[in-house]
Design a protein around this ligand. Structure first.
Ligand SMILES: Cc1cc2nc3c(=O)[nH]c(=O)nc-3n(C[C@H](O)[C@H](O)[C@H](O)COP(=O)(O)O)c2cc1C
Length: 322
């Protein structure tokens, strides 16, 4: 059993990744935690984080994590995150800003060493197969092996990317991971906040693209399934036109300066023919244009997942290997 999970009071080595913008709210996080895994509330405005954590607490007495995206996390987010049992951070320079147990998701040995030096209680090794924003440049098992050699013996390392079923969980645990972290499998659950049409597309998709298309306001690589926007603007390698890449880089982490309500208005104006795409995904309560003019995040494992199921059932099934 992993010392980190033991310390957190998490029974099963299955972690649901934080998925922002309303994809992973209290309902999903609480269902995963209640089933014995670790559920994570995805990044939203600070008051939203606070109310989602409170809502999760009403549904489960078990530990719940919260995810913060470092380029966008302000003091209010950190204050809200202090209400959760674990803080999981992603993207950018790791720095301890909480007295809660803190885990940072990394894509390289260098980044992992920086997280350890900053006092992280564990790292998530993210492979390049992962869905959503992708820091990893090598497969998850390769990065896991690298980190196991590079970091102190027994240091908690979780693995993310390409994990779809119980055999995948067994494989990463055998390779020395403390737990398996899954995003794509859980966005394809009943409780995920992805719109029904997005979930349907996920069930039908086999192919993903690692791209920068949806990088306005957050110019960073991400993995998505194909939709009208990707068909219109990407070449077969997932590359976007140079001029678009340049304008996105100029936009920098612009979203950090926009209020959430303003971000929602920007998302609602996105159109396939107008290549100014922010990182918004279609949610149950979001604008419908995002199905073809927004990011349908998914990892390579989408090719092997063909059902939408209750999160608790997914957790129990995955953990049968443990
Ligand atoms: C739909 C979706 C949204 C994601 N959003 C976030 C996010 O907001 N924050 C984060 O740290 N990671 C996010 N990720 C990445 C996950 O943390 C994790 O690395 C990834 O899901 C693991 O690979 P998998 O998708 O193959 O399971 C997202 C992944 C997906 C699939």
């Amino acid at each position: 059993m992993s010392a980190l999970l033991d310390r957190l009071g998490v029974e099963l080595p299955v972690v649901q990744a934080g998925m922002g913008g309303g994809l992973a709210r209290a309902g999903l996080a609480a269902a995963v935690s209640e089933a014995g895994g670790l559920g994570t509330i995805g990044f939203v405005a600070a008051d939203g984080l606070r109310s989602e954590i409170a809502a999760a607490r009403e549904r489960t007495g078990r530990p719940v994590a919260v995810n913060l995206l470092l380029p966008f996390a302000r003091r209010e987010h950190w204050d809200a995150a202090a209400e959760a049992d674990v803080v999981v951070t992603f993207w950018g320079k790791p720095r301890r800003r909480t007295d809660r147990p803190w885990v940072h998701q990394v894509g390289s040995e260098r980044e992992a060493r920086a997280a350890v030096a900053a006092g992280a209680d564990g790292v998530i090794a993210q492979g390049v197969e992962a869905g959503g924003h992708v820091r990893g440049v090598v497969p998850a098992l390769e990065l896991l092996a690298l980190l196991r050699r590079a970091l102190p013996a027994g240091y908690p390392v979780l693995a993310a990317g390409g994990i779809a079923d119980r055999a995948d969980v067994a494989r990463v645990l055998d390779a020395g991971a403390d737990a398996a972290v899954l995003g794509t499998r859980f966005v394809m659950s009943d409780e995920a906040g992805a719109s029904a049409a997005y979930k349907q597309r996920l069930m039908e998709s086999r192919e993903t693209a690692l791209t920068r298309l949806f990088g306005m306001g957050w110019p960073a690589p991400h993995r998505v399934i194909w939709n009208e926007a990707t068909e219109r603007w990407l070449d077969r390698d997932g590359r976007i036109p140079r001029w678009l890449d340049a304008s996105q880089r100029l936009s920098g982490p612009l979203l950090a300066r926009l209020r959430m309500s303003a971000q929602a208005r920007v998302a609602a104006t996105q159109q396939v023919a107008r290549p100014f795409f922010g990182p918004f995904a279609p949610t149950t309560d979001g604008p419908r244009n995002l199905l073809d003019a927004g990011a349908l995040y998914a990892g390579e494992s989408v090719a092997r997942i063909h059902d939408i199921r209750p999160a608790a059932e997914i957790v129990r099934d995955l953990a049968r290997a443990a």
